[in-house]
Design a protein around this ligand. Structure first.
Ligand SMILES: *Cc1c(COP(=O)(O)O)cnc(C)c1O
Length: 439
């Protein structure tokens, strides 16, 4: 048998064995972080490089570690310097530390449906429901589902499948990403009964449409646009007198009126005015994890909870934990960003510019933030930003720790409103690095 070429034999002896590489403490730590398959694949790639002679055998561990992804998910944490408080593409509300901790704790095994005192099965997520009813005593019952759209679908299905849902033509909204309210309702098996016109709907329009076949009246907050001029819409208080349940989709999850957002409907007012149930999202102004809330009359909420569809829409333990911690816990980051003091924002911008090398052209400029997430359109949040050359935006976005800025009128605006102050140093480092890349 011919023996292999001496050089080939040498190289093969030089390639460290997979088991040897995996036994390195740093590689072992990577295995527990990322899983064995991911690390093995990286080891294989590096071994091939040694075989090809482009890497020395003593460089293997370093190369394996350098070739590994930073985390077990491809989702990359991003610093939100857009000034858009509820940024849908960035996952809407960032969670409070209390919510994050509650969710991490719930990720193991938890008593989500168990009464530890009796050892018996208990109502799922009772803690989050109790928290909601404590902060909103106007509601007799509460239910948590996957998102705002699910809450709306469940309400219309349970109250009006096979019957009519009366909706104003001024409230036939598209939520976003092509999802439209009329289609959503049609998917539930309820028939849409449109009343009024785009700009004006009166209580008489509703009254003449309501009849024995009406399942409910649906009032939807047209949260992502505004109609101005010759307009009329009907308050919940006037709809509540028409003899059928009123479902009010308030959208953002504001629990009580807030002076900063005078046009935003809130759950407490809607219930006080007589809505049977209010539906909303958990991850907009409520500031919690993605969830849909149904809040309202105990009997109506129970009807929804008992509907078979509710099982298909139920929220998981991690969400329930995060929601409860958001409702009971410290003020969520969404509200810190919404209520940010403009003077403080300006001081943070000044500090950011001071941390940059001279001659970058960075300037502190007035810049309005927005609520975002399809909420409070046309309501600016006065503040400040650091203006940089436009191509900085792409450089910032492609850093290891990406920063998303706002591009406006040929400038890249870095707005500190939604950046936790604890990240100001990281933000300055990122801007310095991005400017450096542009040369
Ligand atoms: C955002 C919104 C929804 C959809 O809620 P999701 O949580 O995104 O499913 C429905 N209605 C209104 C008025 C909204 O603003």
């Amino acid at each position: 048998m011919p023996s292999p070429q001496p050089e080939a034999q040498d190289v093969r002896r030089l390639v460290p064995r997979t088991d040897t590489v995996l036994a390195d403490p740093a590689v072992e730590a990577a295995v527990s972080r990322l899983g064995r398959d991911t690390v093995r694949a990286a080891v294989g790639r590096v071994q091939a490089q040694v075989r090809a002679g482009v890497l020395g055998p003593d460089e293997v561990v370093g190369a394996v570690l350098a070739g590994l992804p930073a985390r077990a998910t491809t989702l990359t944490p991003v610093i939100n310097a857009t000034g858009v408080v509820i940024h849908t593409n960035l996952g809407r509300a960032p969670l409070s530390q209390a919510a994050v901790e509650a969710m991490a704790a719930a990720a193991g095994t938890v008593d989500v449906e168990l009464d530890l005192a009796t050892g018996r099965r208990s109502k799922r997520g009772r803690g989050s429901l109790a928290a909601l009813l404590e902060v909103l005593p106007e509601a007799g019952g509460a239910l948590v589902v996957n998102n705002g759209a699910a809450a709306l679908v469940l309400a219309t299905t349970a109250l009006a499948a096979g019957r009519e849902v009366v909706v104003s033509r001024g409230e036939m909204v598209e939520i976003g990403d092509g999802f439209r309210l009329p289609d959503l309702i049609a998917s539930t098996g309820a028939r849409l009964r449109e009343v009024g016109t785009t700009n004006r709907t009166t209580v008489a329009d509703y009254a003449s449409a309501v009849g024995p076949d009406t399942g409910c009246i649906l009032k939807v907050h047209p949260s992502n646009f505004r109609v101005e001029g010759f307009t009329a819409s009907v308050a919940v208080r006037d709809l509540a007198g028409l003899g059928v349940p009123v479902v009010h989709d308030i959208g953002s999850g504001l629990l009580r009126p807030h002076p900063l957002l005078p046009d935003e409907p809130d759950a407490a007012s809607a219930l006080a005015e007589g809505a049977a149930v209010v539906t909303c999202s958990g991850d907009k102004l409520l500031g919690g994890p993605q969830a849909g809330l149904v809040l309202g009359e105990a009997t109506t909420v129970e009807t929804l909870r008992r509907h078979p569809l509710a099982r298909a829409l139920r929220a998981d333990k991690v969400t329930l934990a995060g929601l409860e911690a958001t409702v009971r816990g410290p003020r969520p980051p969404v509200w810190t960003a919404l209520e940010a003091d403009p003077d403080r924002l300006r001081a943070r911008c000044d500090a950011l510019v001071a941390a940059l090398p001279p001659g970058t052209g960075a300037a502190v400029v007035p810049a309005d933030g927005v609520v975002g997430g399809g909420g409070a359109p046309g309501r600016p949040l006065p503040g400040w930003a650091v203006a940089l050359p436009e191509d900085c935006a792409a450089a910032l976005r492609t850093l290891d720790r990406p920063v998303l800025a706002r591009v406006e009128r040929g400038r890249c605006l870095v707005d500190p409103r939604c950046v936790p102050e604890s990240l100001d140093q990281a933000l300055a480092d990122a801007v310095r690095e991005a400017l450096g890349r542009l040369g």
